[in-house]
Design a protein around this ligand. Structure first.
Ligand code: WTA
Length: 658
């Protein structure tokens, strides 16, 4: 197949940090002269045109906010993820795909094959009218075509917005509207464990009343019957055939400005509907690659298995863009850790001789629950590095992972980051900087963390003590979000207005005398359920849609496997007798169904307590602190309740606790 020859840069990663001293030197340089530091890293990529001068490497202020990296430079991220590898490692596996069922054949796509498939599908997109800058919503299961769809969008400069397969039609409709999307790529269905999820049918529901969508491209996976609407819906496979018949193969990569949007990814905040976090081409590429190579200490030809879904940021950055831009082999897994049994991850590690395993604490905790049986007879000796992401990891899970999976010879990286940060910000570098169980440890080069108190005053240790505060960042790194789609003001108020001249993460943290950070959890009204971000306001809005619900308040509580569970207090048509009577259970199920409809099953409350009132201040504000304490099982020290409009309601809630 013809392709434009792109100068191949050997994958030796000159910017890979090899010792603690090198880390210190790199960190120092990145703080003293960020532009010079990132310019050196960025020189290792394929640019169609470079930035003009060092001044253009970084321009920023957090007031507006405005952040621009590599201003004026031109590139296409897919040339970095695909074309530049063809000559030297064209036959090396780029993606290994393991299906949901172990009885089905796995697939390997070499860099050459993946390049070919991406080019073909980029033609399909063009033939269907997709243009640079158009928003394309992708709602698919974890199959190779999902990665192909993402990369094909990037190839032609369309902005992809991947929506996790667990979201409901209503959630999709909201996102389509917000992103003003005009195209959808989906599947007939998706396999997930023993389930078969009818994706296309969900899309059909999401499209009722939608006037913007011009085309829905449907990929075959489950063969679930679907209704194909004339003039709107086309089959992926038919479209590929048309491209083949026309003899179309290679396609030029669209020239993108470094600051052109690459994708939108919706994520939950403390208020309102999810926001569309926007990442741009140049900075995101440099940052995901840099962090992938350094945090995991990737060595050529290693097999990297990130168990996340591409519907979340972790999949974007560490299944697709980070690994592929580094010429790595990335393993894509369609299923779940416990299907057909709790040995699934270990079978995959054994089968493909996986070297790096990157997963979530919730998965580790859930697998711990099955004991050591599922690990028996599985050869895990290929593993070199383990990683966790998404939520704090408790020491028990850390030690289990270390002892029984890593056999005490694999460094564990605890990576802290967010959808908004594009890539990892705080983590040890595997085997290079020290690990500390349940601590994310040190910030990466380029990342200037600080802790502040409620007034925004920096918290500094007097002596050797560990200090606590709200986690903020002083200056931009290349992977920082640029805006929230269609509403820049929302980006400013959410992240840059709480404290002057700082990015506020929404997390609280501790810092020890050595500068290590331990994340203690969200300090805003955002929950982290099984590593998924869910806003309490979002869940409340969904519950309140139920016809019988008068009002509700949602808080998190500690959950052994999920990290946090969702606890909902609900005022239901004037009666709270519901808690004990049979009708209560029916109402509960109806409420759960409502939440599933409005958001998706991942946001279903674990507990619903019916109450006759909520603890409110005289100004009508719900005192969540009290509700949180009760949900956590704390019934004694509820703090000052004298400012409540009706203090009596607290006793009732305490007594009715589930
Ligand atoms: C939490 C996921 C503790 C944190 C990449 C953050 C973590 C939110 C860790 C972002 C970690 C993520 N230790 N907490 N290693 N990693 N978090 O946007 O509260 O889905 O703000 O991004 O997850 O979740 P998001």
């Amino acid at each position: 197949m013809a392709y434009n020859k792109i100068k191949t840069i050997a994958m030796s990663y000159p910017y890979q940090i090899k010792s603690l001293d090198e880390y210190k030197v790199a960190y120092q340089k990145s703080i003293e002269d960020p532009a010079a530091f990132w310019e050196d890293v960025a020189n290792n990529f394929v640019w169609k045109k470079k930035w003009n001068s060092k001044e253009d490497v970084l321009q920023w202020n957090f007031k507006e906010p405005k952040v621009e990296w590599f201003k004026g430079a031109k590139l296409n991220i897919t040339e970095n993820c695909l074309d530049r590898h063809l000559e030297e490692r064209g036959n090396q596996p780029a993606l290994i795909w393991e299906p949901n069922s172990p009885d089905e054949q796995s697939r390997v796509l070499s860099y050459k094959k993946l390049h070919e498939k991406v080019c073909q599908f980029a033609h399909v997109l063009k033939n269907n009218g997709v243009k640079k800058g158009d928003r394309v919503c992708i709602y698919m299961g974890m199959i190779p075509q999902l990665a192909i769809a993402v990369l094909a969008c990037a190839r032609i400069g369309a902005i992809h917005s991947v929506i996790f397969g667990g979201f409901s039609a209503q959630s999709i409709a909201d996102r389509l509207e917000d992103a003003q999307a005009s195209f959808i790529i989906t599947c007939d269905g998706a396999f997930r464990g023993a389930k078969d999820i009818p994706l296309k049918s969900v899309i059909d529901d999401a499209l009722i009343g939608n006037k913007n969508i011009k085309r829905v491209i449907v990929c075959t996976r489950t063969r679930t019957p679907v209704s194909m609407i004339k003039g709107r819906d086309v089959w992926w496979e038919d479209e590929i055939q048309h491209v083949e018949e026309k003899g179309l193969s290679y396609i030029d990569a669209e020239e993108m400005d470094a600051e052109d949007p690459l994708f939108i990814l919706y994520t939950s905040g403390s208020t309102g509907k999810p926001k569309g976090v926007v990442h741009t081409c140049g900075g995101y590429m440099v940052y995901t690659n840099y962090t992938f190579v350094n945090v995991f200490q990737y060595q050529p030809e290693q097999i990297h298995f990130c168990t996340a879904d591409i519907g979340w940021i972790t999949g974007h950055s560490y299944i697709v863009y980070g690994p592929l831009s580094a010429g790595a082999t990335s393993l894509l897994f369609e299923g779940v850790p416990t299907f057909p049994d709790a040995g699934r991850f270990w079978d995959i590690v054994d089968k493909f001789k996986v070297n790096i395993l990157y997963t979530a604490p919730t998965a580790i905790r859930s697998l711990m629950g099955f004991g050591l049986g599922p690990l028996q007879g599985k050869d895990l000796s290929s593993l070199k590095i383990l990683g966790t992401v998404g939520e704090p990891i408790n020491e028990e899970a850390w030690h289990w992972y270390d002892e029984f999976v890593g056999k005490k010879k694999c460094p564990i990286v605890d990576t802290w980051w967010q959808t908004e940060t594009g890539g990892v910000l705080i983590s040890n570098l595997a085997g290079i900087t020290p690990a500390k169980p349940s601590w994310a440890t040190l910030p990466l080069p380029g990342v200037q963390m600080l802790l502040v108190d409620e007034n925004g005053k920096e918290v500094v240790a007097e002596g050797e003590e560990t200090v606590a505060g709200n986690l903020c960042i002083k200056a931009p790194w290349p992977g920082i979000l640029r805006t929230t789609y269609g509403d820049h003001e929302r980006c400013r108020t959410n992240y840059f207005a709480t404290y002057d001249n700082m990015y506020f993460t929404g997390d609280g943290a501790l810092r020890d005398k050595d500068g290590n950070y331990r994340i203690t959890g969200r300090v805003d009204d955002v929950l982290n359920v099984s590593g998924h971000r869910i806003g309490t306001a979002e869940v409340e809005n969904a519950i309140n849609m139920h016809a019988g619900v008068v009002e509700s308040a949602v808080v998190g509580y500690p959950h052994d496997v999920k990290g946090q569970g969702i606890y909902a207090y609900v005022i239901y048509q004037g009666s709270h007798a519901q808690n004990t009577h049979g009708t209560g259970d029916i109402v509960r199920k109806d409420i759960l169904q409502t939440v599933t409809r409005m958001i998706g099953a991942i946001a279903k409350p674990d507990k619903i307590q019916f109450v006759s009132g909520l603890p409110k201040t005289r100004s009508g504000k719900i005192m969540r602190r009290i509700l949180r304490k009760i949900a956590e099982g704390e019934t004694e020290n509820l703090g000052d309740t004298s400012t409540l409009l009706d203090p009596g309601v607290v006793d009732e809630i305490k007594n009715g606790r589930l």
